[in-house]
Design a protein around this ligand. Structure first.
Ligand code: VG1
Ligand code: CO
Length: 544
C-alpha cells in the first residue's frame, strides 16, 4: 500500500465542543480541514497499529465523501481493520455498541446530531474511545492542541470503497468490513427488554404506537425492531427514510420540530405511545396520548420502574444526571437509597461512572437517556424501555406520569433557548451574570430566596479530573433553580440556554402548564441575564 504524506496548514478553530467538532459543511470542505482534524486525533492516540476502528455516520450530506477520506487516512496511519456500517450509516448508540462488542480501539462517528443537514448546513465528527463512549476532555483537548500546529497528514493510495455491499475487503494488511448497521444493535435490544411481552402487547393492539424517525438514522433501526421484530404496523414508523438533508427539517425530537407526531399525539384517536429520535439516534422524545413527558421526568420514571425491565431487574447501582437536568431523579435515588451523581452537560462525563459500575442509568434534560448497555445516550433504547413499562404496568403514559408525580412530587421544568446570539452580546451576558453571583445569596425575590449562586465545577470521582465553568447556577431555598449555559454544539453565533425548575409537592397542582407555573422564575431569569433587553428579542427561539 503506497502512503503519501501531504503538507497542510493548521486551522485555529478545531476545538471540539460538547459532542465533537461541529461546523458548517462548507467549513469542513475547505482543503485539508477534515484531514487535519482526523490526523490530529490519530497523532494524539497511541498504540493502535493493527487494531480496529469503527466508522459510520448519520447519513447527512458529506457523510460518504468524509468516510472515503477517513478510510484512506486510517489505512495510512496503521489501523489493521475498519468496521463500517453499510451505506456509511451507524447510529451513535449502535457505533458505541459495535466498538464494545468487537473490542475496537475506538471509532469515528460522523454527525452533527440534531443540527440540520445539507450543503449549507452542519456536519460533525467525534471520536469515541475503546469503552464505546465519547473521548474525555483530556483527549479532546489534546486533539485541539495538535490541530493548532499540524503540518502534514497521511493518506493511503487506495480506491474508493463500495460502502453498499456487505462483506470484507482485504487490501494488504488492512481489512475493511462493511456490516449491517442494525443487526448487532437489534440483538442487544433483545437482550435487554422483554420482546415476547412487547410482541403480545403490540400484536393484540393493546399498544398502538407512532415513531418519527425524522428522515434521520433511526429509520432503518425502528423499522427492523418495531415493525419486523415486534409486529408494529408499517405505518407506525414515519419519515423512515434517511435523507442527506433530513427532508429540509431539523432532526430534533421536540414538539416544535417533530410536528406531525405532535399533531397526531395531541389529536383525536392518538396512539397509546409516540416517540421521535434525532439525526444520529441518541436522543428521544417520549409522548403518550395527549401527554408530553419531559426528558427529566422520563429519566426519573425509568429509574423508579427499572426493576420491571429484565436487564435491570436485579440491580440499579446508581443514577446520574447532567447538572441542568431536573432533580426529579434525585428524589427516586433518595427513596431507593442509591447514589445519584450530578455531572456537567455532555455524555462524556458519564463514561467513567458507567465503567466503574457506579451507575446503571443516566440522562440529560436535552432528550437523552441511557444505561450501562452502551456508552452513549440511546434513543430507541428509551423507546423500548417505555414500551416495556407500558406493557408491564398495563397503564397509559399519562397514568404512569401522574402516578409518579403523586409519589415523588413534580419538578416542573422547562428550557428556553436563544439561538444565534451575537458572540459579544452572549459573552457580555455571561460576564454580567458572573458579576452578580457573589452578592446574590440571601437576597429575596418574591417567594424566592437565593440559597447559592455559583459556577458549576465538577471533580470526576473516578479519575479526579476537574472541569470548571460548566454553567451558572442560581439555587433557591425552596429547591427551585435557574441555570444559564452557553451551548457547545451550535455553529452560528452563541446559543444561550436558560433552564428553569420548581418543585411542586401538592398533587392537586400537578396539572399546571409549565410556562405559567414557572412564570415568576422566567421573569427572574430575565432580570438576572437581560437577554431580551440586550438583544431586543421578545421570546426564546425554542422552548422545551
Ligand atoms: C447539547 C445538549 C447536551 C447534549 C449535547 C449533545 O449540548 O444540551 O445535553 O449532550 O447537545 O447531544 P449543548 O452544549 O449545545 O447544550 V447530541 O444528540 O447533539 O450528540
Ligand atoms: Co444526537
Amino acid at each position: 500500500m503506497q502512503i503519501e504524506t501531504i503538507t497542510t496548514h493548521p486551522y485555529n478553530d478545531q476545538n471540539p465542543g460538547t459532542s465533537g467538532l461541529r461546523k458548517k459543511v462548507k467549513v469542513f470542505q475547505q482543503p485539508g480541514y477534515l484531514e487535519n482534524f482526523v490526523q490530529s486525533i490519530f497523532d494524539s492516540l497511541h498504540d493502535f497499529s493493527g487494531k480496529t476502528l469503527v466508522l459510520g455516520g448519520d447519513g447527512r450530506y458529506f457523510n460518504r465523501p468524509a468516510i472515503q477520506i477517513i478510510i484512506k487516512m486510517a489505512a495510512a496511519n496503521g489501523f489493521g481493520k475498519i468496521i463500517i456500517g453499510q451505506g456509511g450509516l451507524l447510529s451513535t448508540p449502535a457505533a458505541s455498541h459495535i466498538i464494545r462488542k468487537y473490542n475496537a480501539f475506538g471509532g469515528l462517528i460522523l454527525s452533527a446530531s440534531h443540527n440540520p443537514g445539507g450543503p449549507d448546513e452542519d456536519f460533525g465528527i467525534k471520536y469515541n474511545i475503546g469503552n464505546g463512549g465519547p473521548a474525555p476532555e483530556k483527549d479532546t483537548t489534546a486533539f485541539y492542541l495538535r490541530s493548532l500546529n499540524i503540518d502534514s497528514y497521511k493518506m493511503a493510495h487506495i480506491e474508493d470503497i463500495d460502502l453498499d455491499s456487505i462483506g470484507t475487503i482485504q487490501i494488504d494488511d488492512l481489512s475493511i468490513a462493511i456490516i449491517d448497521p442494525v443487526t448487532d444493535y437489534a440483538e442487544l435490544m433483545q437482550s435487554i427488554f422483554d420482546f415476547n411481552l412487547l410482541k403480545q402487547s403490540i400484536g393484540s393492539g393493546y399498544i398502538t404506537l407512532l415513531f418519527d424517525a425524522m428522515h434521520a438514522i433511526t429509520g432503518p433501526y425502528a423499522k427492523r425492531i418495531l415493525v419486523d421484530m415486534l409486529g408494529a404496523t408499517s405505518d407506525s414508523v414515519i419519515n423512515a427514510e434517511p435523507l442527506e438533508d433530513f427532508g429540509g427539517h431539523h432532526p430534533d425530537p421536540n414538539l416544535a420540530h417533530a410536528k406531525e407526531l405532535a399533531e397526531r399525539m395531541f389529536g383525536p384517536a392518538a396512539p397509546v405511545f409516540g416517540a421521535a429520535s434525532d439525526g444520529d439516534g441518541d436522543r428521544n422524545m417520549i409522548t403518550g396520548s395527549n401527554i408530553f413527558v419531559t426528558p427529566s421526568d422520563s429519566l426519573a420514571i425509568m429509574a423508579a420502574n427499572a426493576h420491571l425491565i429484565p436487564a435491570y431487574a436485579q440491580e440499579l447501582r446508581g443514577v446520574a444526571r447532567s447538572m441542568p437536568t431536573s432533580q426529579a431523579v434525585d428524589r427516586v435515588a433518595a427513596c431507593y437509597n442509591i447514589p445519584c451523581y450530578e455531572t456537567p452537560t455532555g455524555w462524556k462525563f458519564f463514561g467513567n461512572l458507567l465503567d466503574a459500575g457506579k451507575i446503571t442509568l443516566c440522562g440529560e434534560e436535552s432528550f437523552g437517556t441511557g444505561s450501562d448497555h452502551v456508552r452513549e445516550k440511546d434513543g430507541l433504547w428509551a423507546v423500548l424501555f417505555w414500551l416495556n413499562l407500558i406493557a408491564r404496568k398495563r397503564q397509559s403514559v399519562a397514568d404512569i406520569v401522574h402516578e409518579h408525580w403523586q409519589k415523588f412530587g413534580r419538578d416542573i421544568y422547562c428550557r428556553h433557548d436563544y439561538e444565534a446570539v451575537e458572540m459579544d452580546i452572549a459573552n457580555g451576558i455571561v460576564e454580567h451574570l458572573r458579576s452578580q453571583l457573589p452578592a446574590l445569596p440571601g437576597q429575596t425575590f418574591g417567594e424566592y430566596t437565593v440559597k447559592y449562586a455559583d459556577e458549576f465545577s465538577y471533580e470526576d470521582p473516578i479519575d479526579g479530573s476537574i472541569s470548571s465553568n460548566q454553567g451558572i447556577r442560581i439555587g433557591f431555598e425552596n429547591g427551585s433553580r435557574i441555570i444559564f449555559r452557553l451551548s457547545g454544539t451550535g455553529t452560528v453565533g452563541a446559543t444561550l440556554r436558560i433552564y428553569l425548575e420548581r418543585f411542586e409537592a401538592d398533587a392537586s397542582k400537578h396539572d399546571q402548564d409549565a410556562q405559567s407555573a414557572l412564570a415568576e422564575l422566567i421573569n427572574l431569569a430575565e432580570q438576572f441575564c437581560e437577554i431580551k433587553k440586550r438583544t431586543g428579542r421578545i421570546e426564546p427561539d425554542v422552548v422545551t
